[in-house]
Ligand binder design. Structure first.
Ligand SMILES: C[S@@+](CC[C@H](N)C(=O)[O-])C[C@H]1O[C@@H](n2cnc3c(N)ncnc32)[C@H](O)[C@@H]1O
Length: 232
């Protein structure tokens, strides 16, 4: 069974979603994504004062990754929009969707359907708002599916999810099961340390504007190699 996101109960989940959406609408302005004019997202500024949202939910509020731009997702979204043939007509899963830049890019590029999996309830709130803002649809799974069998999709997209060893191991095992089921995967990542290069084949490189970096960040798009096709 898929692990659940950090919701303690259905009522709490509904309240968190409502409060989070209200906060995001009021405090995280909408702007075009740097280098991806096709997509607009709610993103944090210093004036957003995310700490106020965190103080209202001391236990449930994790790292607000959803409020910022990540190099891997920016590169993967740009790559999909520039190469729509990668997703046209396909059922696509965006694993670790965050604020949704990759899921939205896939939907805009012509994916047949988009599923977005995300464990942080605040990210799910931002994702819902950003899907609506960009006039695209996705089925949102608010759960950790990395221990589950792959859903019925043709392609998994992974934007910047190799930021810890433990998560890299979970994601790699999931992508191995996807490959066993004939499901391909594309990963966007700025060569973070836990990225397992021997499992990947580089497809493209981009210079992107990651939040917090004063200079452009290099990020790659990689195809995931099935177990039988890796370097030793
Ligand atoms: C660095 S952010 C990247 C978000 C987005 N893919 C992007 O590129 O903008 C990583 C996201 O993955 C989510 N995440 C972490 N572990 C996850 C898991 N096991 N399943 C689904 N989402 C996960 C986090 O909550 C966070 O929103």
């Amino acid at each position: 069974m898929a692990g659940q996101a950090n919701f303690s109960s259905g009522i709490a989940a509904g309240q968190i979603m409502q409060d989070a959406k209200r906060f995001i609408r009021s405090n995280l302005p909408v702007a075009a994504v740097p280098g991806i004019a096709e997509i607009r997202l709610h993103k944090a500024l210093p004036s957003s004062r995310l700490g106020r949202l965190a103080r209202g939910d001391a236990k449930g509020f994790g790292s607000p990754y959803w409020a910022y731009h990540w190099a891997g997702g920016l590169a993967l979204a740009r790559h999909i929009l520039d190469n729509p043939g990668l997703v046209v007509g396909k059922r696509v899963l965006d694993l670790g969707a965050g604020s949704g830049v990759v899921a939205i890019a896939a939907a805009k590029a012509g994916a047949n359907s988009v599923t977005a999996a995300e464990t942080d309830p605040y990210a799910v709130a931002a994702l819902d708002l950003n899907l609506e803002l960009n006039a695209v649809a996705a089925d949102v799974i608010a759960a950790d599916i990395t221990d589950s069998e792959p859903p019925p999709v043709d392609l998994v997209l992974v934007g910047d999810l190799f930021y810890s060893e433990a998560l890299a191991t979970r994601v790699t095992r999931f992508l191995d099961r996807c490959a066993d089921a004939g499901i391909a995967a594309l990963i966007g990542d700025p060569w973070r340390a836990p990225l397992r290069l021997e499992q990947l084949e580089e497809q493209a490189r981009y210079e992107v504007a990651e939040s917090g970096s004063p200079v452009p960040v290099a990020a790659g798009v990689f195809a995931f190699r099935p177990r039988g096709a890796r370097f030793p």
